[in-house]
Design a protein around this ligand. Structure first.
Ligand code: PLP
Length: 377
């Protein structure tokens, strides 16, 4: 049987492999010089002052909510159409995820629904750049200003995207990226928070490594000797290894080329599907230039998604549903969330299907995907 084209996958070249092997022969496998270097390059790339790398995007979200000062019982407003981690990270800190529905013609949170969800307990707004299409962040930043909230953008899909000409990563208080193999660039597992706020930066760094402080000028107790260090807050071991950072730096050099190829593929799909009445293609504002982490089609009402999914699979085309709305997971149902409160997310969930898009996709594979999808009925 022919292999199935996945919806996404990494692209690793010989120079990536060489970069990793070089670290394996060096003195530092972790907590060496490469993480600082990777952080500086990443921050520069996205137009932020600081980047802090973590062992995963999920760890990075956890740290960002911590740095924002989320206290037990406080609320995080986010979208139900995201990976569960966006909401889970609030639960880790005793926080409460509050879902605001998506807009009807979009994959992203409805900004007007955010304002009506704000209460005295709200601390964070965590919008997601679903599929790599940047959320309309300016009005969200205005809401944050008005109600004194922190905006943590889950930009795990959007490394390389721009909003009104500005890079994603430069527009929120903190933005979170993931380097999982299906994402824009990979470190195997990994993630980062970028910010231009020095206080958040300091808390992120502490949280990543047990809350332990070493630099003499930051110690709370009297300095005892060069060996002395103290734990000032409850942190974790969320560090990224130098092995991963070397891969990340090598991959980061290719980010522009990767995103360029994703945009080419998206443009081909959009052109090929615009007259197809069985599906809807992604809509987005002229203000943004998406990074196209995913290419999500929506099937018209009378098409059964499972049947289409099997139909494509039998013809060698892998698909995925991004995402099961977070409130629908059994764990969240148990917490009391009710699907009826999110009609747009429900309609989206019934019809969405992610089709293959990744830099290594070949022209003949793209042609095959287009031909098969244009025969769906
Ligand atoms: C991938 C992803 C995460 C989590 O990242 P990991 O690196 O897998 O922990 C969080 N949010 C979104 C939207 C993601 O796509």
């Amino acid at each position: 049987m022919d292999s199935i084209i996945p919806y996404g996958k990494q692209l690793i070249d010989e120079d990536d492999i060489e970069a990793v092997v070089k670290v394996l022969r060096s003195d530092f496998l972790t907590t060496g010089p490469l993480c600082r270097e990777f952080e500086e390059k990443l921050a520069q790339k996205v137009g932020a002052k600081h980047a802090v790398v973590f062992s995963s995007g999920t760890a990075a979200l956890h740290a960002a909510y911590f740095a924002a000062g989320l206290e037990p019982g406080q609320q995080v407003i986010t979208t139900p159409i995201t990976f569960a981690a966006t909401a889970n990270a609030a639960l880790y800190l005793g926080g409460v995820p509050v879902f605001a529905d998506i807009a009807p013609d979009s994959f992203n949170i409805d900004v007007t629904k955010i304002e009506s969800a704000i209460t005295a307990k709200t601390k964070i707004i965590a919008p997601v750049d679903m599929a790599g299409i940047p959320v309309d962040i300016d009005p969200i930043m205005q809401l944050a200003e008005k109600y004194n909230l922190v905006v943590v953008e889950d930009a795990c899909h959007a490394l390389g995207a721009t909003y009104k000409g500005r890079p994603v990563g430069s527009t929120a208080h903190m933005s979170v990226f993931s380097f999982h193999p299906v994402k824009a660039i990979t470190t195997g597992e990994g993630g980062a928070v970028v910010t231009s706020n020095p206080d958040y930066y300091e808390r992120l760094v502490l949280f990543r490594s047990h809350g332990i402080v070493k630099s003499p000028d930051k110690l709370m107790h009297k300095h005892k000797g060069p060996w002395y260090q103290e734990m000032q807050l409850l942190g974790y071991n969320y560090r990224m290894t130098d092995i991963q950072c070397a891969l990340g730096m090598s991959q980061l050099k290719k980010l522009d080329a990767f995103v360029h190829r994703r945009r080419e593929i998206a443009a081909q799909y959009t052109l090929a599907f615009q007259d197809n009445n069985a599906i809807e293609i992604p809509a987005y504002s002229a203000d943004v230039n998406p990074a196209w982490h995913l290419y999500i089609i929506r099937l018209k009402e009378d098409l059964d998604r499972d049947r289409v999914c099997y139909y494509l699979r039998e013809r060698g085309i892998g698909t995925q549903v991004h995402y099961i709305p977070v409130y629908r997971h059994p764990y969240y149902s148990y917490l009391g969330y009710n699907p009826e409160e999110y009609p747009n997310a429900e309609a989206y969930y019934r019809s969405c299907l992610s089709i293959p898009i990744f830099p290594a996709l070949t022209n003949s594979e793209i042609e095959k995907v287009i031909n098969v999808i244009n025969r769906i009925n």
